[in-house]
Write a protein that binds this ligand. Structure first.
Ligand code: NAD
Length: 519
């Protein structure tokens, strides 16, 4: 069986990657791998001047890139798709090394990123246009809507999906004609650097995507001071600070934030399938996933059957911190993450919750590994009742009526993702009642997450803006309307008295309305 020893990256390769960071100072940070707790890389930390230099270089590159024909951008995006798939081995190793997740969950990231390149590559000209719109006068006013790039986008990404959470947004930004100044999380910069190298090979200009590194509060803040738009993925608390700073400069931002995502298991649901789905929905990437399920509402009639089947299934889950594709759950990323899970579990038990499954740290598997854990009887006073845990912890709640389940699912400050299990006809009716940006029927999150053509993002405190789909690209553009007026000015021909013109327009509009009632 493959073991940890298979997941290594040569020091020379790490040096090649870290050389892509714009950093001239002497300060460094050491990253560690959650697989073993061992040191991985010495990462140079950028100075504020490095960030300014990154913006200067990015602005020059962006001006040239915005002038390149769309077909060249398309070619680069599609070539990147191929390169990601053919170089997946190193990307999988880096994702696992930096995040500790299972191999198959690392592959989700590779796939998500490749599919994003493909989607925007194939749809770019259709989405960006220009598009004709109805003019003030039919035939006389010709109007077209253009989407101009914002300029330089500041991209701040988290550690949990070091590849796809950076690239899904960043690729849309460059596809729309922008440059990017990117600050990956300090824990996981190597994965992003490896893909940027692939971007150079795919034909993206070298300076188009700048990488800087350092503390969010220092480097992140400097990025916001100089960017034309901010794309942030991370916690709701940081997102609120970033929104405030962006509003000072009147620049736009998209914020992909936290969640406390509910699953509703309807009466008549196939319990076996719902249990199997729960394993992925709640424990993928060890629950360190923004769209992960943390609350499960199960109809009274099947509650005990579901609970017992879930406990039985979790007793058979395969754990590991290695390159085995069959491992179902990897480790948490850091001691801080482990401390949060342990705190939430202990606090819930102190408040009267009962343990259905798991509940223990497992340092024998990896230093910060925690078993997938299920609680029931969790009271409102427990931390994990409403707070995002961001780990392998779910709580079960029985319900009597579907209306009650929907109300409980919506009783949260968040609105990122939801899941409904049951007969499709019934589940389809319930899904739109849940206030979440994505709702998956008979899936946890993967159906919407993997549908690149459909927008994804949060309602309420889960964020603003959407990634994926046309919306995911258009947020990085300024809409510009260009009108061409022919034959006569909008105010009417000079030879016609204003009053006569006003009367003619009035009669014309009323007749138009009469004969085109439905329009
Ligand atoms: P975090 O908010 O602590 O950090 C995210 C990034 O922001 C890091 O790169 C960090 O260095 C940077 N940062 C921190 N303070 C900053 C500041 N003041 N200015 C600018 N940048 C700053 O979040 P995290 O703990 O790394 O990630 C976990 C959180 O992210 C969870 O809440 C999770 O739900 C959320 N998340 C959301 C999505 C989504 O798509 N909605 C995806 C992944 C993670």
């Amino acid at each position: 069986m493959p073991d940890v020893a298979q997941i290594t990256v040569a020091p020379a390769r790490i040096a090649e990657l870290t050389a892509l960071i714009r950093a001239t100072g002497t300060e460094t940070r050491t990253t560690v791998t959650p697989l073993t707790g061992a040191d991985v890389a010495t990462i140079p930390v950028s100075t504020e001047q490095d960030v300014l230099d990154a913006f200067e270089a990015a602005r020059v590159a962006q001006r040239g890139w915005a002038r390149t024909p769309l077909r060249r951008r398309t070619k680069a995006l599609l070539k990147l798709h191929d390169l990601i798939l053919t170089h997946q081995r190193e990307l999988l190793d880096l994702v696992q090394l930096e995040s500790g997740k299972a191999r198959s969950h690392a592959f989700d990231e590779v796939l998500h990123t490749a599919l994003t390149g493909r989607y925007y590559g194939r749809r770019l000209s259709r989405i960006l246009g220009p598009h004709r719109r109805a003019g003030a006068y039919p035939l006389i006013t010709g109007i077209r809507q253009y989407h101009q790039p914002k300029g330089v986008v500041g991209l701040i990404s988290p550690w949990n999906y070091p590849l796809s959470m950076a690239l899904v947004d960043g690729l849309a930004a460059v596809a729309a004609g922008n440059a990017v100044v990117h600050k990956p999380d300090s824990q996981a910069p190597l994965t992003a650097l490896a893909i940027i190298e692939l971007m150079h090979r795919a034909g993206f200009p070298r300076d188009l995507w700048q990488v800087v590194s350092g503390a969010g509060s220092v480097i992140g803040s400097t990025i916001i001071d100089h960017a034309d738009y901010i794309c942030f993925t991370g916690s709701t608390a940081t997102g609120k600070r970033i929104a405030a700073q962006c509003s000072e400069r009147l620049i736009g931002c998209s914020l992909e934030l936290g969640g406390k995502n509910p699953m509703v298991v309807l009466p008549g649901a196939d319990v076996e399938k719902a249990v199997e789905g729960t394993v992925n929905a709640a424990f993928s990437s060890a629950g360190q996933l923004c769209v992960s399920i943390e609350r499960i509402y199960v109809h009274d009639s099947i509650y005990e059957q579901y609970r017992d089947a879930l406990a039985e299934r979790l007793a058979r889950v395969s754990y590991g911190a290695n390159a085995d594709w069959e491992v179902e759950m990897g480790t948490l990323v850091s001691p801080a993450q482990l401390a949060t899970i342990e705190k939430h579990v202990a606090d819930a038990l102190d408040h009267g919750a009962s343990l259905v499954s798991g509940g223990r740290a497992r340092p024998d598997i990896a230093p910060w590994f925690h078993e997938p854990t299920v609680l029931e009887n969790v009271p409102e006073s427990a931390l994990c009742f409403a707070e995002e845990t961001f780990g392998p912890l779910v709580s079960l709640y029985p319900y009597r009526s579907v209306g009650e389940a929907v109300a409980m699912a919506n009783d949260t400050v968040y609105g990122l993702n939801a899941s409904v299990w049951g007969p499709v006809k019934q589940a389809r009716k319930v899904a739109p009642k849940i206030k979440a940006g994505t709702v998956n029927v008979n899936e946890g999150f993967a159906a919407t997450f993997g549908s690149i053509g459909a927008p994804m993002g949060g309602m309420k405190e889960s964020g603003t803006g959407r990634r994926q789909g046309a919306e995911g690209l258009l947020r990085f553009t300024e809409v510009q309307s260009v009108a061409v007026q022919r034959v006569m000015p909008v105010g009417g021909p000079a030879a016609v008295p204003k009053r006569t013109f006003a009367a003619a327009i009035t009669v014309g509009l009323l007749l138009l309305r009469r004969f085109t009632r439905k329009a």
